[in-house]
Design a binder for this molecule. Structure first.
Ligand code: CA
Length: 486
């Protein structure tokens, strides 16, 4: 593939219409000392879809604070989670490594769904991040950072494999669970003392985050804020639900409870931004907004049985699938000291890029021999250059069931290079090829029409798997019954 030239780059990352929206905005225009090491606030939403926020085009959900954050920073339109579900995306984000290096490929077991419907024996999955992993928190600690994980961890339990075991100074509410037993106190969470009865979890995590920022205002800090929202159970504050019940559904989005959950997240983002302004820290704090997988929706039109909570259209599919709806994420980086407000970037980026990005900004070094699979986004953020790589990859050697015997995904691998995307399904080595530049909805499979392009991408996917020692399931499942898949 040809290297991206300057003109292409400018087309990929440039000031867009949002610049106008941001004009005259006073975000963080304070006398803060920007020579100090920057702070990091990483807001990770659970299961939020690409179009679940106003700045990405939703006309049903109301997210004025997140939209303001977007207008004040750089929006990445082609940003991806490393996986279509929770735990593996987090494992990649915190380790800076692709799945085959740490073994967290999916949530729970890799052999989910009916045994009779599985043609292959999938690769065994790890549910905790290996202890020897050098996490982002550990890597930036030598640069003087104090760090907190406030919210969902999903990669183990302290003292063995929770946030503190993996280098965070503080763990609030994090354990092996992938969702809260309730969004209202009492929470039944060993790592989160109950609040007053009826306290709302998203509000509580915001309060904990504000307290952490306040306490560490005079030193570099890394706040990792992985909200439990907007994952199931779908539970929201009634006063917000009432507002959305009066609203007309739009573009396939119309669940009042889910909308109210999103608005609580948005209010939390507003409170965080206000706190950074109040403390004079906004200019020199890198705020990232990201989600761990696509929204729960887009199944019905593909014949998959399951809940439809939101719509990811125009993207195909949703959570649990390797189509765009399952992995493309609403993504913002705001850093007023260095990133121009109102900019957009269409270069494909992926969750594990944040690790080297933070290292570079913090002035920290990786350990000798440490492998980081992502690439620092600093050249894109500062408008000074491009990325060196020409492709990103996914490896999902696991089954994820829908209901009634349907499958959200069977084991597969994916490469995206430029505007092209190839999916290889391991059960029968079937290839699907899409030109995302013209077909963001992955409606036209070009694999048969363009066999040379498909082969070129497949060769590169195979070469990547070899380079990272990615195990491909090949063993047949003796319990497989083909009639279940007809
Ligand atoms: Ca998730």
């Amino acid at each position: 593939m040809k290297p991206i030239n300057r003109r292409t780059f400018l087309r990929h990352c440039s000031a867009g219409a949002l610049a106008l929206a941001a004009g005259g905005m006073g975000a963080g225009r304070t006398a803060a000392d920007t020579s100090r090491t920057p702070n990091f606030v990483f807001i990770l939403i659970d299961d939020m879809g690409w179009r679940d926020v106003g700045f990405m085009g939703s006309r049903y959900y109301e997210t004025p604070n997140i939209d303001r954050l977007a207008a004040q920073g750089m929006v990445f339109t082609d940003a991806y989670a490393n996986a279509p579900n929770c735990a593996p995306t987090r494992a990649c984000l915190l380790s800076g490594q692709y799945g085959p290096r740490h073994g967290v490929y999916t949530v729970g077991n890799s052999d989910r769904g009916s045994a009779a419907g599985r043609k292959l024996i999938p690769v065994t999955n790890r549910t905790t991040l290996p202890a020897e992993t050098i996490t982002l928190a550990e890597a930036i600690r030598p640069a003087g950072y104090r760090s907190a994980s406030i919210g969902k961890w999903h990669l183990g339990v302290d003292p063995d494999s929770g946030p503190v075991a993996q280098g965070f100074d503080v763990n609030v509410a994090g354990n092996l669970a992938g969702n809260p037993s309730s969004y209202f106190s009492p929470y039944r969470n060993k790592n989160l003392p109950d609040g007053p009865k009826g306290e709302y979890l998203t509000d509580r995590l915001t309060e904990e985050a504000l307290a952490f920022i306040e306490a560490n205002r005079a030193r570099p800090f890394f706040l990792y804020l992985p909200h439990y929202a907007v994952h199931t159970p779908i539970q929201a504050k009634q006063e917000l639900v009432a507002k959305y019940k009066k609203k007309r559904p739009d573009g396939g989005q119309g669940n009042p409870e889910y909308a109210a959950m999103i608005e609580s997240v948005d209010q939390g983002v507003g409170a965080l931004l206000a706190k950074l302004d109040q403390l004079g820290l906004a200019d020199n704090t890198v705020v990232v907004f990201f989600s761990d997988n696509g929204g729960v929706g887009g199944y019905r039109e593909l014949g998959i049985a399951g809940g439809e909570i939101t719509s990811n259209r125009p993207l195909r599919g949703g959570k649990g699938m390797l189509y765009e709806g399952g992995i493309r994420e609403p993504t913002i980086v705001r850093w007023p000291a260095k990133v121009k407000a109102g900019t957009r970037c269409a270069t494909p980026v992926i969750g594990l890029d944040f690790y080297p990005t933070f290292l570079e900004i913090a002035g920290a070094e990786k350990k000798p021999g440490q492998i980081l699979d992502g690439e620092s986004l600093v050249p894109l953020l500062t408008g000074t250059g491009t990325l060196k790589r020409d492709a990103i990859f996914w490896h999902f050697p696991a089954y994820l069931q829908g209901s009634k015997g349907t499958w959200r995904t069977t084991p597969c691998g994916v490469i995206r290079s430029g505007g092209w995307k190839l999916i290889e399904f391991f059960e029968d080595n079937r290839l699907e090829l899409y030109n995302l530049a013209d077909d963001i909805g992955e409606a036209a499979d070009l694999a048969e029409k363009m066999p040379e392009k498909a082969k070129e991408l497949h060769d590169r996917l195979v070469a990547w798997r070899k380079a990272v020692n990615a195990p491909v399931p090949t063993e047949k499942n003796p319990q497989f019954d083909p009639s279940t898949r007809e």
